[in-house]
Design a protein around this ligand. Structure first.
Ligand code: FES
Ligand SMILES: [Fe+2]
Length: 359
């Protein structure tokens, strides 16, 4: 495989120029797979998506499909969606509730904690337990899984550092999104958008592209959802970097306090009161004293947040589809960042349409 001239790429980036080919060069993407996505912590789901035993969602990292399930004991499991027999995807539904997953190929059946419990014709095909021990077999668990404030992440690296250690100083900013009330955050969705773009476009946008907001989001001003009369105001604020994350802030009006600042960006009084209880003194001071309020942010590489939602962009080279894997309810109860986005109906509950109990 031709190796890209990484020194030249780095030199261009350091001088403020991004070589266009980094967005669609297959060799660059191959290196990203090998060196980045084989190790990165990637956001998969939120605990509130699987509140009850048996609830599950199916998500992927690159080509690997994972079942994120709450087992019958209430424990969250992240399992490779891959049958131990011939590698078939055992769960074909995107979300639902099931006590077991039955492979559609030869019907090996697994409990929702991953244990293999059904193996048709075990005696005839394998000589029973002596020929092939069913006991102790289970769907493979993700190499590393960790959680923070209800967010469920995986890493393909079994030696990945603890998620909290990886988050470092960015946890301070992540808390603005994930600790908006003492009761926690409930994810509504997911809402999905399919975008023909490289994953880095989204990462860069949320990490610090205030430049686009007066133009791309001018319609928000036009229809009166933004408090200021001119869209150019949207570009004002500050950029920050913290550990593996970076983001943008709103610039709150001078002379205000915590409550008036949050009211200015559209939060209702009930949410402002909840935030005051949930956020630390340092977080409250950033808003009330310094006039900063987080807007959008990227947790490297593909997890992004805005004041109204979280996104996960499955990495892909240019021309592959990307998607928004989840969004949380906005303060106003509707998505503000992506008007016109489709609403996703509630997840089906336990039914015959989803992988089901063994017969
Ligand atoms: S591939 Fe799953 S049972 Fe054969
Ligand atoms: Fe935007």
């Amino acid at each position: 495989m031709r190796q890209p001239d990484l020194a030249a790429v780095l030199s261009d980036v350091r001088s403020g120029l991004i070589p266009a080919h980094v967005y669609n060069d297959p060799e660059i993407f191959a290196l990203e797979r090998e060196r980045l996505f084989s190790q990165a912590w990637v956001f998969l789901a939120h605990e509130s998506e699987i509140p009850a035993p048996g609830d599950y969602v199916v998500r992927r990292v690159l080509a690997d499909s994972f079942i994120v399930a709450r087992d019958e004991g209430g424990e969250v499991r992240v399992l490779f969606n891959m049958c131990l027999h011939r590698g078939m995807q055992v769960c074909r539904a995107e979300m639902g509730n099931a006590s077991h997953f039955r492979c559609p190929y030869h019907a090996w059946t697994y409990r929702n904690d991953g244990r293999l419990v059904g193996l048709p014709f075990h005696a005839e095909a394998y000589g029973g337990e002596d020929g092939f021990a069913r006991q102790g077999q289970a769907l493979l668990a993700a190499p590393s899984m960790d959680r923070y404030n209800g967010l469920i992440f995986v890493s393909l690296d079994p030696g990945a550092p603890p998620l909290r250690e990886f988050l470092g100083d960015f946890a301070f900013y992540l808390d603005f999104y994930t600790r908006q009330s003492p009761a926690g955050v409930e994810l509504r969705g997911p809402q999905r958008w399919r975008i023909k773009a490289n994953w880095k476009i989204g990462a860069e946008n949320f990490a610090g592209d205030s430049y686009h907001t007066p133009h791309t989001h001018a319609s928000v001003v036009d229809i009166g959802l933004f408090r200021e009369p001119t869209a150019s105001k949207r570009k004002e604020g500050a950029l920050y970097t913290a550990g593996p994350g970076a983001g943008t802030t709103y610039k709150l009006p001078p002379g205000g306090d915590f409550a008036s600042g949050l009211s200015y960006v559209g939060y209702p009084d009930a949410m402002i009161g909840a935030m005051a209880k949930a956020w630390s003194a340092g977080q409250r001071a950033l808003v009330g004293d310094s006039g900063f309020m987080v807007s959008a942010a990227t947790l490297f590489p593909t997890s992004a947040s805005c004041t109204t939602g979280r996104r996960s962009t499955p990495p892909g080279p240019s021309s592959r589809s990307s998607r928004c894997a989840s969004g949380s309810r906005s303060a106003s109860g509707r998505p503000r960042c992506c008007p016109g986005s489709p609403w996703t109906p509630p997840r089906p509950r336990r039914s015959s349409a989803t992988p089901t109990r063994p017969t």
